[in-house]
Design a protein. Structure first.
Length: 338
């Protein structure tokens, strides 16, 4: 769902009994910080409960809202944060099912962390990809075997239904949606305004508890920082290993542990993100964008960009460049970056 320029997109957040305050506030904080070129707000965020009454939070206080579930019928996007004991539910309570029935067909629906269980219990994820907090993944998969669960990513974008992992991954997902709706420039401004990274490398693997933590020192961070400054040139594994002061084998293992992916995949992702930025913010010919991003040729850039987000460089530029014609970029699944 790409938001047309000049329209105010309505995001409705459903606060259920036992809602978790941190995640409940993420949509308002991220979408509420998104402004257009004339400093106009791009989203309206409202919060509702099933019956309009106050609900208890997972903390030691309750919240009062201004809307009941009828607000869901007015939503362009619905967000469901985690609630209760953050455990998956098998069956939707009648009142929640009735509330979800008010959502119009075609409305984008998002979940944060274990809020995904509402979507799962409603049958909205059967046969579709999704994610949830790594600590709940095994139990979630047991309860909902028809869902193609990916516990390694920070979020999954499956077009009209999007799911995210634990707490902060809700921020990643909301920023991804802003980027999908309005481009990287707007999303990056939001990230700066709320002082969070515009995207995070890797997936949930980097956050999973390990029985014996390893002393990483600086790990692969210096090598990654150097690589980001030299994406326009070929970068080899031995080169990265030398920058990190470790063997290729150790570098590969540390990359997987620290950012959740191999060095080659990480480099490819960074190059795609740089190419997207150049396509959005410059008028450089596609072959020059390919060169600066380290793909070498326009053909290689086209292949990598299509594999990552499903469109060609020119189609992407027409959508997100200030002079673009508004062509829609298809949704795609994403891991740590978008």
């Amino acid at each position: 769902m790409t938001v047309p320029p000049g329209s105010l997109h309505r995001v409705v957040v459903l606060a259920l009994d036992g809602t978790v305050p941190f995640e409940l506030g993420i949509p308002g904080r991220i979408f509420g910080a998104a402004y257009g070129p004339d400093d106009e707000p791009l989203y309206e965020v409202v919060t509702c409960t099933v019956d309009g009454r106050p609900v208890r939070t997972h903390a030691d206080f309750s919240i009062v809202v201004d809307h009941d579930a009828t607000a869901l019928a007015t939503a362009d996007t619905v967000v469901i944060p985690p609630f209760g004991a953050c455990q998956p539910i098998d069956r939707l309570p009648e009142e929640i099912a009735a509330a979800l029935a008010l959502i119009r067909p075609g409305t984008r629906i998002m979940s944060i962390c274990t809020g995904v269980s509402v979507l799962a219990a409603a049958g909205l994820l059967d046969g579709r990809p999704a994610t949830t907090h790594w600590n709940e993944a095994a139990e979630f998969q047991r309860r909902f075997p028809r869902i193609r669960l990916d516990p390694d990513v920070l979020f999954v974008d499956d077009g009209d239904v999007l799911t995210s992992a634990g707490a902060a991954a809700g921020t990643d997902l909301c920023l991804h949606v802003v980027r999908r709706d309005h481009g990287s420039e707007v999303a990056n401004r939001v990230a700066r305004r709320v002082v969070v990274p515009p995207w995070r490398d890797g997936g949930q693997a980097q956050f999973i508890e390990r029985p014996v933590p390893e002393p990483y020192d600086e790990g692969t961070a210096p090598a990654r920082a150097w690589a980001l400054e030299h994406l326009d040139r070929p970068i080899t594994l031995p080169e990265l290993a030398a920058r990190a002061g470790m063997s290729v084998r150790t570098l590969t293992r540390r990359f997987q542990e620290e950012v959740g992916m191999s060095p080659g995949r990480w480099l490819s992702r960074q190059r795609v993100e740089l190419a997207r930025h150049l396509l959005e913010t410059t008028d450089l010919p596609v072959d020059q964008v390919a060169h600066r991003a380290g793909f070498g040729t326009a053909v290689s850039l086209r292949q990598h960009l299509h594999a990552a987000i499903g469109v060609s460089p020119m189609a992407y530029r027409r959508t997100f460049h200030p002079q673009g014609d508004g062509e829609t970029v298809p949704a795609h699944a994403a891991g740590g970056a978008s």
